[in-house]
Design a protein around this ligand. Structure first.
Ligand SMILES: [Zn+2]
Length: 530
C-alpha cells in the first residue's frame, strides 16, 4: 500500500514539474501556497515522508521541518498547483494532517509587512534614523529587515567610526559575485581568543540575519556605556558575518511576498541538471550547510540538484563555503568559539550530527556550556530551547559548518542555533516582526555564556603561564646566587672531607646538618651568607 501511495505521488510530481528555476507568475493567480503540518504515526508513513523529502523538488514540496521520527510533526510548504494532489495523497495514506498556513502570501504581508503597505513603519524608521545618525552604531533601526547592500554599508560606517575597535573584512565572493562581508570587533593583540558568529547561510532564515545585526549593534553601541561589552573588546576578538549567502538572501528579497522566492533556502549558483527518471531537470543553488567537508553527502543531504538540501558536487565546491572555510582555517588555534545562527525550532545543537551518540572528546564541557546558555536564554523571556546533537533533538545531517569546525579545526565550542519560533508554532520562517528584537536579545544572553566561558578559560591559562614564568624567574635567580657565592664561606667542622669519603651522598641526605657543619664543601654558601 505504501509503495502505491508513493508511486501516485511520484507520478504527480513528475507531471507537475515542467518549469524549473524560475518564478511562475501563474502560481500567484492559481491559488495560495499552503503549509501542511503532518504527523506520521506509523513506520511506513514516516518512510513515505522521508522518501518525498529526499526526492521532491523544493519548488513543489518544500520541507520547512523535515521528517525525523514517528509522531514528530513535519511541515511542508506546497505550491498552489500541487495542493489538491498533495491533500489527496495525505488522505489516501491516512496521514493525520492539518493546514498550518492557509495562504502563505497573506501571512507574509501580515507578519513581515511590505514597506509600501506599512507607512507607519517607514515613517518610524525615518524618524529614528534621523535621531540616531550620529551615534557610534547608528544608522539602522533594529527590528526591521534590510537589503544586503544596506547591511554592508552599515557595517562599514561602524568600522569607520571606531577605527581602533572595529574593521570590515571581505572573506571572498559569492557565486553571483557579491562580496561576503563581516565585521571584526575587539583590540587584537595577536593572542586573544577568537569567536566567530555567522548567519544567513540559509537564505530564508531572516531572523538569524537580524539577530547577527543586533549583536553588531549592541557591541558598537555598548563600548562606551556597558562595562560587560567593553570587557569583550578587551578580552576577545569577535567576528560577525551576518549574511554568508548574500545571493540567496537577495533572491528572497526580490519578491518578498511571493513564497517561491521568499522561501528560497540555498545559494544561487549556476544550474545543475539531473535525470529524475522522467526528464532532465535543472535547478539553481546548493544547500551551503551541507557542502562542508565533514562526512560529505552521508546523511540528511541530497545529490539531486532540485532538492532544497542539495549538497553540491563535492565538499567545498561552492565559493561561499570555500571562502568561509579558508577564513576559519586562517584564524588558527586562537579560534575557540563558533556559532552559526539558523531558524527555526529553538534548538542549541552541538557536534556531531551525522550519527546518534557520536561526540567530540570534550563533550562534557560542550554540553555543560550549552545547558547554561539555554538556561540564560530562557531567563530573558521564558523561551524554552532544547540542546543536544542533531539526531538527538531534530534530525541527522552531515556536511554542516559546525561539525566541520569541531572535527577539522578543533574549535572547542561550536554550536548551531535554531532560533524562534518553536516547531510547535505555525509560523515557521515567518516570524512576526515584533518578535525580532526579543529573539535577538535572548539569543545574546545565551551567546554571552559561551563567550564568558572562553574568556574565563583564556584568563585561567594566562594566569597559569604567568605563575610558571614567575617561578622560573625565581629559580634562575637562586641559581645565579648559588654560583656567585660558591666557595665564599668556610666549613665549621674539620671532618667534612672524611664524612664525605664515608658517604658520598651526605650533602644531599643530611642537608640540614651539612648546612651547619660543611656549607662550603657542600656548595651551600648561598644559604648561609646574608
Ligand atoms: Zn538553516
Amino acid at each position: 500500500m505504501g509503495r502505491l501511495v508513493w508511486l501516485i505521488f511520484a507520478i504527480f510530481l513528475a507531471f507537475s514539474q515542467k518549469c524549473q528555476g524560475k518564478i511562475e507568475e501563474n502560481d500567484v493567480n492559481e491559488g495560495p501556497f499552503k503549509v501542511y503540518r503532518i504527523v506520521p504515526t506509523t513506520g511506513w508513513q514516516l518512510e513515505e515522508m522521508i522518501r518525498i523529502f529526499e526526492n521532491a523538488d523544493s519548488e513543489e514540496a518544500d520541507f520547512w521541518h523535515p521528517p525525523s521520527v514517528v509522531n514528530q510533526t513535519v511541515d511542508v510548504m506546497v505550491s498552489p498547483k500541487n495542493t489538491r494532489f498533495f491533500e489527496k495523497f495525505l488522505q489516501n495514506g491516512s496521514f493525520p494532517f492539518e493546514i498550518a498556513i492557509k495562504d502563505l502570501k497573506k501571512k507574509l504581508i501580515e507578519k513581515e509587512g511590505d514597506e509600501k503597505l506599512s507607512r507607519f513603519s517607514r515613517s518610524r524608521r525615518i524618524f529614528v534614523e534621523k535621531i540616531m545618525r550620529d551615534g557610534p552604531g547608528s544608522g539602522l533601526v533594529m527590528g526591521e529587515y534590510y537589503g544586503y547592500a544596506t547591511i554592508v554599508d552599515w557595517m562599514k560606517r561602524i568600522a569607520d567610526r571606531m577605527p581602533r575597535l572595529a574593521s570590515i573584512l571581505e572573506i571572498g565572493r559569492s557565486a553571483e559575485g557579491r562580496g561576503i562581508f563581516g565585521i571584526k570587533l575587539g583590540h587584537d593583540d595577536g593572542r586573544k581568543p577568537i569567536v566567530v558568529i555567522d548567519a544567513g547561510i540559509h537564505a530564508r532564515e531572516w531572523a538569524s540575519i537580524h539577530t547577527a545585526m543586533y549583536f553588531i549593534n549592541l557591541m558598537a553601541n555598548g563600548h562606551d556605556s556597558d562595562p560587560w561589552i567593553r570587557s569583550y573588546f578587551d578580552n576577545i576578538v569577535l567576528y560577525i558575518l551576518p549574511v554568508l549567502n548574500p545571493d540567496g538572501y537577495e533572491f528572497t528579497r526580490n519578491d518578498r511576498t511571493n513564497p517561491r522566492s521568499r522561501m528560497w533556502r540555498k545559494s544561487r549558483s549556476q544550474q545543475r541538471c539531473a535525470w529524475d527518471g522522467q526528464s532532465t531537470k535543472c535547478c539553481h543553488g546548493v544547500d551551503l550547510n551541507r557542502n562542508f567537508d565533514f562526512r560529505f553527502g552521508e546523511v540528511g543531504a541530497s545529490r539531486y540538484p532540485c532538492s532544497e538540501i542539495y549538497h553540491g558536487e563535492s565538499a567545498h565546491s561552492e565559493p561561499e563555503t570555500r571562502a568561509f572555510a579558508n577564513f576559519l582555517m586562517n584564524l588558527g588555534d586562537r579560534l575557540k568559539g563558533y556559532i552559526t545562527l539558523h531558524a527555526y525550532s529553538q534548538l542549541w545543537i552541538y557536534s556531531y550530527s551525522h550519527r546518534k551518540f557520536t561526540y567530540p572528546a570534550n563533550i562534557e564541557e560542550i554540553r555543560n556550556v550549552a545547558a547554561r546558555a539555554v538556561a540564560a536564554l530562557g531567563r530573558e523571556f521564558g523561551t524554552r530551547y532544547q540542546y543536544g546533537t542533531g539526531p538527538e533533538i531534530i534530525y541527522a545531517f552531515s556536511g554542516g559548518s559546525t561539525d566541520w569546525a569541531t572535527e577539522k579545526l578543533r574549535v572547542k565550542y561550536s554550536y548551531t542555533l535554531e532560533l524562534r519560533p518553536t516547531y510547535e508554532e505555525w509560523n515557521g520562517f515567518v516570524l512576526d516582526k515584533r518578535q525580532l528584537i526579543p529573539t535577538a536579545k535572548e539569543t545574546w544572553a545565551g551567546v554571552k555564556v559561551v563567550i564568558d566561558q572562553i574568556i574565563l578559560e583564556y584568563r585561567t591559562k594566562i594566569a597559569r603561564v604567568f605563575r610558571q614564568r614567575v617561578n622560573a624567574e625565581a629559580l634562575e635567580k637562586a641559581e645565579q646566587r648559588r654560583i656567585s657565592l660558591k666557595g665564599k664561606c668556610s666549613d665549621e667542622s674539620q671532618s667534612c672531607l672524611h664524612w664525605r669519603s664515608q658517604n658520598p651522598d651526605i650533602c644531599r641526605t643530611s642537608q640540614s646538618a651539612m648546612l651547619r657543619e660543611c656549607p662550603n664543601m657542600c656548595d651551600l654558601c648561598h644559604l648561609v651568607l646574608p
